[in-house]
Design a protein around this ligand. Sequence first.
Ligand code: URA
Length: 195
Amino acid sequence: MPPDSDPLACPWGWDELEATVAACTACPLHRGRTQTVFGVGNWRAEWMFIGEAPGEQEDLQGEPFVGRAGQLLNEMIRAIGLKREDAYIANVLKCRPPKNRDPAPEEAAACEAYLKAQLALVRPRIIIAVGRIAAQNLLKTATPIGKLRGQVHDYEHIPLVVTYHPAYLLRSLTEKRRAWEDLKLARRIFNQQHR
Ligand code: URA
């Protein structure tokens, strides 16, 4: 395939991308941030987890999923048989929305090239969309999360599985079983690719 027809072609290297994100003023969220929250993990990860946006702790520490939801995400990653350090973890937004409100469509659009670049650099073998916002932004759909989970989607020829956000699971323990089913589905799909 010629490079410019590759939908995941990336104009940046890691250092340049991280510096570009750190200096970004493309949407008003930059005014309220302590720092940008770029992403963390293994640059050669086979599994990439994509969440919504930094919360308070993430904004303070500069790393995604370090608060209570992050502890549960770590358990979810362990349930698949991985360690957090084996995966790559990023968010749709790199800056914290005020009072943790949902990202506005124009904020997600302003940040989209950065997430795409991270996907292009990691080139994971499977993507887990963590929560409704990540799923709807990646799949460009308004379909409710209940209808998106439980099946395998395609993101630029990479299989993508949707699961519930750990912050939601902390409030709704009855849905935990479903989230664990999603993770088992993802593990099955991943293993099938590698037979
Ligand atoms: N929720 C997210 O979606 N991402 C984080 O980094 C933290 C909480």
